[in-house]
Write a protein that binds this ligand. Sequence first.
Ligand code: KIV
Ligand code: ZN
Length: 421
Amino acid sequence: PIKRNNVYSPYTIRCSNIQLSDPNYVTIFDTTLRDGEQAPGASMTAKQKMDIACQLAKLGVDVIEVGFPAASQAEFDLVKLVAQKIGNNMDEEGYVPMICGLARSTKEDIDRAWESLKYAKTPMIHMFIATSDIHMKYKLNMSREQVVKRARSMVAYARSLGFEHVRFSLEDATRSDKEFVYHIIGEVIKAGATCICVADTVGCNLPNEFAQLIVDIKANTLGIQNVILAVHCHNDIGLATANTLVGICAGVRQVDVTINGIGERAVNASLEEIVMAIKCRGKEVLSGLYTGINTKHIFTTSNMVEEYNGLKLQPHKVIVGVNAFTHESGIHQDGILKNRGTYEFIPAEDVGFIRATEHGIKLGKLSGRHALKIKMLELGYNFEEKQLGDLFWRFKSLAERKKNITNDDLRALILDETIQP
Ligand code: KIV
Ligand code: ZN
């Protein structure tokens, strides 16, 4: 571990291509393969997960949380394989991701984590324990004192095995007593935790409360300035992205995300949303924050995850859905055809987005002459807008009856054939 400018950074491995001491650098902790795979119906084969891990490395995530080594032999084997192969594969810029595995705060889980992760150049253990009264009473059947004692001793145990990077998550932190939160964090830091993650496990916080929690933790917790502070937000009321961003504004520099936002119940914060928010507004609104993600690989990575886990992306999914860079209404299409910046503030090329049609316009009942002219041009018919005349009105009448206008429909319109809706 190194400390520069008083900012603790475990990312020595990335030294050569980013300024690690830079407090503006936000590290991306990808949990697609662990929390993402916990999404109902999202299980993937070991080969698919290995492919995704390779793709995540290409994308440039800082940490890949591969799985939960104590959960099964298959999980253990995959974590070990990723640690051996991807966790040692340094690129020409000196980048190699940290490889991480989840563990409950028990010796058995921590042993399994070490046995599988120790092969990586930079292994990280992600330990957790629940800190809310409801979890401690009904799930753990432990008192606050017992929880603190367990957390402290297990963090020390993980360090004693050889883990230099011990990330400790407070499960259900957002429903926990604040004084208790400060206390347990201070204790695990004393025991050797290098990163503290605040989890909004049930996704219940509003952005203002979540930001306040981070501010309060920073103000009231002993030793917090010596560790990385992270957040892990779920999306139960649609606020995972917002909460993660306000966390960053409040000083968090590591964020837990998944590709396409897949995850438990109503999902996790999505990598593409957070990364593009930072990329597009980081300079202006987020005081110069940036990530190490090569955003041109986002669309391919998203497609791979969608194909492998079988969870179909909604067409209007932010950044990566088919509609994200497609326009159907006349005013928007006209603007886009003159200058894409009129209605696309993120350049599609920045995320490697491949449009289903050349110009990203979809003809529909609200489309105008300009869009029809361009569409016709794509089909090889060069009409001036004013020449479209009757054809335009026949197109409008068809679009009132038919949602998806195909190229064959347009050709038939030119030949004035009757079209069956
Ligand atoms: O949602 C959650 O609390 C988790 C923890 C393991 C961090 O996934
Ligand atoms: Zn989670």
